[in-house]
Design a protein around this ligand. Structure first.
Ligand code: RTP
Ligand code: MG
Length: 140
């Protein structure tokens, strides 16, 4: 497996509890390198654009309200098999089902306020990185 890039968000529930460093350390311990990072505060409309794939789901309004409720930290993570590795270190969407040692097991509050987002495949990784970063902002 070659070096890959994936896109990550440290969500509002985590930034509010000052967990940016602890979550970033989990990525680094897993062998992922932060090659781009910035703290931003999305509008609800921007959150809706980012999560457009979920717009028909019953939790869409709750999700976009939450994502616009406080700052987030968006990052590009680079490493061997980065997409799968990131999903592994994140843990299951529902923290009650997340494995020991994962970010969501340790920090998530609920299925909605689950501390992190990570791209689910190579195509979404590319799209999500381009949504937030220009090539100049990514330094490998
Ligand atoms: P993410 O996209 O944030 O990395 O999370 P994921 O792949 O594990 O989960 P996904 O199915 O893509 O859902 C996106 C986010 O929507 C919220 N959600 N709420 N209330 C609910 O039943 C529910 N289900 C999903 C979560 O914040 C989830 O991460
Ligand atoms: Mg997802």
């Amino acid at each position: 497996m070659a070096t890959q890039r994936t896109f990550s968000i440290i969500k509002p529930d985590a930034t509010k509890r000052n967990l940016t460093g602890k979550i970033t350390a989990k990525f680094e311990e897993a062998g992922l390198r932060v090659v781009a990072s910035k703290r931003i505060h999305l509008t609800k409309a921007q959150a809706g654009e980012f999560y457009a794939v979920h717009k028909e789901r019953p939790f869409f309004d709750e999700l976009t309200t939450f994502m616009a409720s406080a700052p987030i930290v968006v990052q590009v993570l680079e490493g061997e098999d980065a997409i799968a590795k990131n999903r592994e270190v994140m843990g299951a969407t529902n923290p009650a089902e997340a494995d020991e040692g994962t970010i969501r097991k340790e920090f998530a509050l609920s299925i909605g306020e689950n501390s992190v987002h990570g791209s689910d495949g190579p195509d979404t990784a590319k799209e999500e990185i381009a949504f937030f970063f220009s090539e100049l902002e990514i330094v490998g």
